[in-house]
Design a protein around this ligand. Structure first.
Ligand code: MLT
Length: 267
């Protein structure tokens, strides 16, 4: 079911299957919202309590005061959501791309909430100067145009594997979700990501089981980034999904869910 909670006077929206099962927290990527997890909600909802928020500023959630939507704020919101739901047991944290960046912050700030982690199509390294500059360019364009169109132009064509036609179901669904994001989410979301910390030194401290998943054709956070994470994480399993790009969970849901299910079964 969809529900809302209020934090600091803001309304944050989330999906909660509200079952008496172990908890899986699904955290979406940039310019998207919890709807990107539809294939995982459908697959895991009967065995897991699946909680999938719209991060502050994205989807149906309010953005709060102007300024960068930082990953530390997202992490604190997630902890507040778990508290609100009365979930004190550690959860399986699943984050894709920006959801992975948020996962590193969640580990820094709230590691007692984490029993295992899935880092999908993400990276621990910092942006180079060119990437940081590009984030500010997109932020200003979004503000000038008052929409998410700059994110669509720059990112949408490369979100999925180039082998997937852009008029097929997954890219079309992604376009729909991205079009629904506000200019604020794009501008201050990019500024928040530009401020993130280097998480490479954090990797050896993540002493819970981790599943690192990446689409072999991911051009936004390429497989080399996942290999680097898997090398430095103490308890990592690395899965590379053939034929999938950055949105591996949507593009190859059977392979993604199968890898997740198999790994969960070993925890
Ligand atoms: C995402 O999918 O969340 C973004 O590609 C992350 C980023 O811009 O670094």
């Amino acid at each position: 079911m969809h529900a809302e909670l209020r934090i600091d006077g803001l309304q944050l929206s989330y999906w909660d299957s509200d079952q008496r099962h172990p908890v899986m927290l699904l955290v979406h990527g940039f310019a998207l919202d919890q709807r990107m997890w539809e294939p995982q909600i459908a697959a895991f909802d009967s065995e897991w309590r699946v909680v999938a928020p719209d991060l502050r500023g994205f989807g149906e959630s309010d953005g709060g005061p102007p300024g960068p939507l930082t990953l530390s704020q997202h992490a604190d919101d997630l902890a507040a959501l778990l508290d609100h739901l009365g979930i004190s047991e550690p959860v399986v944290y699943v984050g894709l791309s920006m959801g992975g960046y948020t996962g590193f912050e969640f580990w820094r700030r709230h590691r007692g909430h984490v029993r295992a982690m899935v880092l999908a199509d993400t990276k621990a390294t910092l942006d180079d100067a060119e990437r940081r500059a590009y984030r500010e360019v997109m932020a200003r364009e979004a503000e000038a145009e008052g929409s998410s169109a700059p994110a669509l132009r720059a990112m949408w064509p490369s979100l999925c594997s180039s082998s997937l036609p852009l008029d097929s179901a997954v890219p079309v669904r992604l376009r729909e979700i991205m079009e629904a994001q506000s200019a604020r989410a794009i501008a201050d979301g990019q500024r928040g990501m530009a401020l993130r910390q280097d998480s490479v030194p954090l990797l050896p401290t993540i002493d819970v089981p981790t599943l690192v998943v990446v689409g072999e054709d991911d051009v936004l956070t390429p497989p080399a980034e996942s290999r680097l994470m898997a090398e430095r994480l103490p308890h990592a399993t690395l899965v590379e999904i053939p034929g999938a790009g950055h949105m591996s969970n949507m593009e190859a849901p059977d392979a993604f869910n199968g890898a997740l299910r198999e790994w969960l079964g070993r925890q």
